[in-house]
Design a protein around this ligand. Sequence first.
Ligand SMILES: Cc1cc2nc3c(=O)[nH]c(=O)nc-3n(C[C@H](O)[C@H](O)[C@H](O)COP(=O)(O)OP(=O)(O)OC[C@H]3O[C@@H](n4cnc5c(N)ncnc54)[C@H](O)[C@@H]3O)c2cc1C
Length: 491
Amino acid sequence: MGSASLAVKSPNSSNYFTRGGVPSVNVNRLCSFSSQSALFGSKIPTKKLSLSVNGTTPTRPQPIRHSGSEPVKASSRSFDVVIVGAGIIGLTIARQFLTGSDLSVAVIDKAVPCSGATGAGQGYIWMVHKNPASDTWELTKRSHQMWKILAETIRDQGMDPLQVLGWKKTGSLLVGTTSEDSVMLRKKVSQLSEAGLRAEYLSSDELHSKEPAINVGTDGGAAFAPDDCQLDAHRAVSYIEKVNRSFAPKGRYAEFYHEPVTGLVRSTRSGEYEAVQTSNNTLYGKAIVVAAGCWSRSLMHDLFKDSNVELDALVMPRKGHLLVIENYNPLQLNHGSMEVGYVDYQNAVFSSGLSNQSQTLSVSMTATIDTMGNLVLGSSRQFAGFSTEVDDSIVLHIWKRAGEFFPKLKELALTDFIKNRKVRVGLRPYMPDGKPVIGPVPGLSNLFLATGHEGGGLSMALGTAEMVVDMVLGNPTCVDNSPFAANGRCC
Ligand SMILES: Cc1cc2nc3c(=O)[nH]c(=O)nc-3n(C[C@H](O)[C@H](O)[C@H](O)COP(=O)(O)OP(=O)(O)OC[C@H]3O[C@@H](n4cnc5c(N)ncnc54)[C@H](O)[C@@H]3O)c2cc1C
């Protein structure tokens, strides 16, 4: 592995380039500011950053001690950035470092990508159900812009974003069945329009002509956002992995899958955490990013248990089921849809405190057709610990709920699909205040958290990645990062 320069790439915007036959786009500089820092920036001491990095020979001062119970592994390697977690968040952060800087990156996962929440995600890249007044609005908007640019870049490179990312501009329908829902949806449309989003209210009849399969009754209606899109999480992850791996021959990227993180190594000299201990390796990093989804809280707790660092990441698993009916032809859908109650359920417990959360189950209709022509129906939300076991009663609930909106489904029983149905279960990384944690661990300037995206991690991934990279590099962030700081939220 060769040495990696620490200088950040030129800030020229729209800097398209191809590495190892894999197109990628530097979207790092498409936001309004144009400054950059020369090295990692002020967040990390310059002295350390001036070191050149060699992937095979650690250049770190000895001796070291570590917070785990195992000895430091003989096989140790150094990178500029070590990322824990190969879900959509960890992988897109890695990609952003690789395409937007010259830094070297290691990604660690206890299993493989898509084994966490990412593999279960429905893939909605949507604004229609978002609130323009919320802290996540700008981040989501920015992230969608970046996904769209990525899809266009893939197309410009002669590939089909549908095949590569499962990318479809389906438009989104947020639907309701009652007159109260319709009032609320009209209000939502005017809020979205005021915030600059293309959105229109559809009466029951107008909805029927746009999406004939759906029935919301005479009082119902929909908020329609024509620019909303969807992707296929598995395809998107494969593509991002391919981009990341194209940097491996240059010595800038390595992945360590099936290697649970077991400890952190702390320098006795500087007191900084300078390496991540896995079951097989000690991986040094000038910056360490923990993007371990719903496991981030317990992981951080274990990593810091013998230290004086006080951190409670608060993120917890919110289980979700998704039902996939393969090659389901009778129901043709032109758009992605979601019942308006989804938004209420999503936010329901954010204000009511942790004590009421145990086993709270909600099922709201979401429906779309994926790249393969499969009908994807969602989804459930519940607090049920870390179990990912399929609950057949919830699957039936999802099927019946979908039937309330798509009468065609009522003509069939779920048991008719035993052979061609799949159930995906994932644990959304839920934060009680409804927004992710993105930023340094208080008091530790080189250890970053990026987790807690709950039901919007696919959607917010690229914006999050950009934010993390800018924070690590000491650049101004494109979107205000203060609402996502760990400080004051994770103690
Ligand atoms: C049913 C369902 C539908 C969804 N639909 C959508 C949608 O339509 N749109 C949308 O934007 N989002 C959706 N989401 C949410 C989205 O999937 C998540 O927000 C996102 O995947 C979170 O990504 P992540 O990388 O933070 O976590 P994960 O994907 O869970 O990744 C975390 C990774 O960390 C690894 N890890 C954990 N502990 C350790 C350790 N000790 N050592 C090493 N590695 C470790 C895990 O193995 C895992 O691979 C949905 C989620 C579910 C469950």
